[in-house]
Design a protein around this ligand. Structure first.
Ligand SMILES: CCCCCCCCCCCCC/C=C/[C@@H](O)[C@H](COP(=O)(O)O)NC(=O)CCCCC
Ligand SMILES: Nc1ncnc2c1ncn2[C@@H]1O[C@H](COP(=O)(O)OP(=O)(O)O)[C@@H](O)[C@H]1O
Ligand SMILES: [Ca+2]
Length: 554
């Protein structure tokens, strides 16, 4: 068996007319400038580059300007004569280069070889190494929401993403959605999923939500799982999902990649990254309502979303206006929250460390939950003997938020729950009790600074596996139906005839479920560990020691 470090090729090649020693093994492509004097010079920029094979995007043979080109059969039709009489050919390697703030770019380097045969050997060796990476997708199903965010999804895909996919030899079937839930319904029933290695979503969190609803639903139906039963163990989806950010918040992309940049996302897809992610199921009276991967927010975030939907024409700025309006409105909601604390798992919501690439907490908890899955499922059932583990909080709340991941986004780069994990099988339940406007503003502002948004007397946070919310004035299903029919376009679409303070504060808010409105206030939520996978790797730590041998790092 070949060891990863075994040298496959070592040649003297030229890069921009300078001589380099270029080597390839199964994990690394290295090019190192030949120096006339080998004396060490501390201030001379480094002359060595290392690119992991896993981060090579593609390799292409260059067509010489003077007409020398490769024939269909791979032989060289005409060689360009060098002054010295030798023939030269060149090839270009495209690879991932890291920029600022987790951005990735496609860089390239052209190597000139002394002869065509050597050039071909290099090209085919690199191609062989790339082909042996089994995790890279070859065929992708792409859904574009042309109306997400600033309505740039189609243009962004065509101009920035499609050329990269073509360069990397990734074939695509592209569907531009024509109506809301088009992608979801196509994934449920129409798409031939066996043909693809992954699904790509061009849009925002709402569009991503459509994709996971289609994929998870299809996987459960294929596996005979009853989605309406909150205690069922769901089957994980095998297809990975890529997100090209083209929405308004794009928090799922930001929290899994570290930036909202279409090129960076496309490169993570091409190199075949894989990031498992938790999904919460939301039920009402034993009927399945929705899935959530980022924010489930009642009160403030539910009201912001409901208000902002009527301002869609404003684009992403609608959230700022609705946010300000709802902050001034200052509604609170009464109810009971019951939760099952996450026991035996690593990590707490007050940890200083955050979820990063290759997160040990996610790996530990993921393994624990998959090994002890059955036992955990049983003890989680609220009506079994361990009912005593459930805790209950009653009160008046300005906001009840469940963050299954940090929910970091450009508005709040550390997120709603900075220490939440992408794939640990838990969600962070944040309860913001009724307080003054001034105190609520302090809490909100802390999402944008280094200060701890949980270190306030009216805020509590719990890491949980399940929770339930019941509003004080219980909503009947007929109320909800009337509500939907009559008050669809009202900011607070509640029936509050039984509410003593009717006219000043509504009895119910709605849930903001990854940017989609849920009108049922009473819900039962359960975290499912690592139910889906993304073409991402989590947020990378900046290198502690810069690679001083790499001039790009200086
Ligand atoms: C006075 C300063 C206030 C600063 C408050 C900052 C807090 C921001 C936390 C944002 C968390 C966002 C969680 C993500 C939610 C998205 O799923 C959802 C839909 O996204 P998309 O489909 O891409 O539009 N976005 C929202 O609900 C927007 C919330 C904005 C709240 C101001
Ligand atoms: N072609 C379409 N026409 C109208 N709505 C659509 C279409 N495609 C998707 N949607 C819906 O648009 C909503 C918002 O999409 P999203 O991409 O998240 O943008 P934003 O981040 O701006 O909210 C989602 O609920 C999605 O279901
Ligand atoms: Ca989680």
């Amino acid at each position: 068996m070949e060891r990863p470090g075994r040298l496959l090729l070592l040649s003297e090649l030229r890069v921009r007319n300078a001589a380099y020693d270029v080597s390839l093994n199964r994990s690394l492509l290295t090019w190192k400038k030949r120096v006339s004097s080998p004396v060490y010079h501390p201030f001379r920029p480094s002359l060595s580059h290392n690119v992991p094979v896993s981060e090579i995007i593609s390799v292409r043979e260059e067509e010489e300007e003077n007409g020398s080109r490769q024939k269909e059969d791979g032989s060289w039709k005409k060689m360009k004569e060098q002054e010295g009489g030798d023939c030269r050919q060149s090839f270009t390697v495209m690879y991932v280069e890291r920029g600022r703030q987790h951005r990735w770019r496609c860089a390239e380097v052209t190597f000139t070889c002394s002869d065509g045969a050597l050039c071909q050997r290099w090209v085919s060796s690199i191609r062989e190494q790339l082909a042996s990476i089994g995790s890279r997708p070859k065929h992708l199903l792409v859904y574009i929401n042309p109306f997400g965010g600033k309505r740039q999804g189609k243009r962004v895909y065509e101009q920035k993403v499609a050329p990269l996919f073509a360069q990397a030899g990734v074939s695509t079937h592209v569907i531009v959605t024509e109506y809301a839930n088009h992608a979801r319904d196509h994934l449920r029933t129409g798409a031939e999923l066996k043909k693809y290695d992954g699904v790509v979503c061009v849009g925002g969190d709402g569009m991503f939500s459509e994709i996971i609803h289609g994929l998870i639903w299809r996987t459960q139906v294929d596996g005979g799982v009853d989605l309406n039963c909150p205690d069922e163990t769901l089957s994980p989806c095998s297809l990975r999902i890529g997100i090209i950010p083209a929405g308004s918040t794009d928090c799922i992309c930001f929290a899994t990649v570290g930036t909202n940049d279409p090129v960076t996302s496309a490169l993570h897809i091409i190199v075949g990254d894989s990031q498992p992610m938790d999904v919460c199921s939301v039920h009402h009276n034993n009927a399945f309502l929705r899935f959530s991967v980022s924010l489930l927010g009642y009160g403030f975030y539910g009201d912001v979303l409901t208000d902002s939907e009527r301002k869609r024409w404003m684009g992403p700025a609608r959230y700022d206006l609705s946010g300000l309006k709802m902050f001034l409105t200052h509604h609170y909601y009464e109810g009971t929250v019951s939760y099952l604390p996450a026991r035996g798992t690593m990590g707490t919501p007050r940890d200083a460390s955050t979820c990063r690439s290759g997160c040990a907490v996610c790996q530990h908890n993921g393994q624990l939950l998959s090994e002890k899955g059955e036992k955990y499922e049983l003890s989680d059932a609220p009506d079994c003997e361990s009912e005593g583990e459930w805790r209950t909080v009653r009160g008046k709340f300005l906001a009840i938020n469940a963050a299954s991941m940090s929910c970091a986004c450009p508005r709040s780069p550390k997120g709603l729950s900075p220490a939440a994990h992408l794939a640990d099988g838990t969600t962070d339940l944040i309860l913001v009790r009724k307080c003054s406007r001034f105190d609520f503003l302090r809490h909100l502002l802390r999402h944008t600074s280094k200060d701890d948004q949980f270190d306030l007397t009216f805020v509590e946070v719990h890491r949980v596996r399940r929770f339930r919310f019941t509003p004080r004035y219980c909503q009947s299903d007929s109320d909800l139906e009337l509500d939907l029919q009559e008050n669809k376009h009202q900011i607070f679409s509640q029936i509050c005839r039984d509410h003593p303070a009717c006219g000043c504060t509504p009895a119910y808010s709605s849930w903001n479920c990854d940017g989609e409105i849920l009108t049922h206030a009473a819900i039962d939520v359960r975290a499912h560990c690592q139910l889906i996978k993304l073409f991402a790797r989590g947020i990378e730590e900046p290198p502690v020691f810069e690679d001083l041998t790499n001039p790009c790092a200086i």
